[in-house]
Design a protein around this ligand. Structure first.
Ligand code: NAD
Length: 283
């Protein structure tokens, strides 16, 4: 099966990045949001990201219009009926994700692959909402999608080898390196990264070091591009809190228990870069 038309549900931080990357890789892309103004916001994000690439001379200016022309926006999920692959990238809420999978299963032809970009839910739970669990997989991208080189492919007990092969080829066609992981809490990266971020927040809470010094220490001492507190703001504190809660609930391991400071920031709507304020303030 050849993938040509890619559908992406959700045009937030991740969905907009996945849409841009797919269009840059030559795919025809349909991307959705719930509301027209959110779709518009996502499209503006994609345009701004392409402009940034042009400015950095990573993208020839004449390619921008062709790339953008390959991305169509919609607020109607029924429009996904012609997609070969649909990637769900909505907010990290299982009940909503399950609803999307159930609806996609009704409207897409039986050959369409359905993928989730979830960070912390079992992909198998979404697959149970469909009559095609063999064609359901996780395609877990990293933020910012165009820049980050990795895609985790999540295999549920029902995912077929053919689906995994197509998923791998698709990830590679986007220029990514692909790793395979079982459908387990946090997969590889979030399982290992979440305790580090939460410990960094606990250190700020207890006054062991400032957030700036923790970020500097990890950047320079471990050669990470950004420190854990800045990374939390980049991921989105609401998303991080949900990831931590989900893994904690499944593994019952207290290193995944969310610190108060994180909960308070989220309760106050300070969600990181995407809202202009998290642990740090942004322009
Ligand atoms: P986000 O809040 O930036 O974007 C989510 C978008 O989904 C919002 O714009 C929202 O309006 C939209 N949405 C909600 N319900 C919808 C629906 N029914 N139809 C269409 N759009 C809908 O969140 P994000 O950071 O882009 O995360 C999206 C998914 O990707 C989550 O599952 C998250 O766990 C996962 N993820 C996030 C990161 C990260 O670093 N932020 C990394 C990997 C994976």
């Amino acid at each position: 099966m050849e993938i040509q038309n890619v559908g992406i549900i959700g045009c937030g931080q991740m969905g907009s990045g996945i849409a841009q990357l797919c269009a840059q890789s030559g795919y025809t892309v349909l991307v959705s949001e719930n509301r027209q103004e959110l779709l518009q916001k996502g499209m503006v994000t994609i345009k701004a990201s392409l402009d940034k690439d042009i400015k950095k001379q990573k993208l020839p200016v004449q390619e921008k219009d062709d790339i953008f022309a390959r991305i169509i926006g919609t607020t109607n999920i029924d429009d996904f009926r012609d997609c070969d692959l649909v990637i769900e990238a909505i907010v990290e809420k299982l009940v909503l994700k399950k609803r999307i999978f159930s609806r996609l299963d009704q409207i897409c032809p039986p050959c369409t692959l359905l993928a989730s970009n979830t960070s912390s839910f079992q992909v198998g739970e979404m697959a149970t909402m469909t009559k095609r669990p063999d064609k359901v997989l996780g395609l877990h991208f990293f933020n910012p999608v165009p820049a980050m080189k990795l895609v985790e492919i999540i295999k549920t007990p029902a995912t077929s080898e053919t689906t995994l092969k197509i998923g791998k080829e698709f990830g590679e066609s986007l220029g990514k390196t692909v790793v395979m992981v079982q459908d387990s809490p946090g997969f590889i990266v979030n399982r290992l990264m979440t305790p580090q971020i939460l410990n960094a927040v606990r250190m700020v809470e207890s006054g062991i070091a400032t957030k700036e010094d923790i970020d500097t220490a990890i950047s320079l001492g471990l050669n990470h591009p950004i420190g854990p507190i800045a990374l939390a703001d980049l991921i989105g504190l609401d998303t991080l809190l949900t990831i931590a809660n989900n893994i904690h609930q499944k593994l019952k391991d207290k290193q995944y228990a969310a610190p108060e400071m994180l909960k308070i920031l989220v309760a106050n709507g300070h969600l990181g870069r995407k809202t202009g304020r998290g642990f740090y303030q942004y322009e």
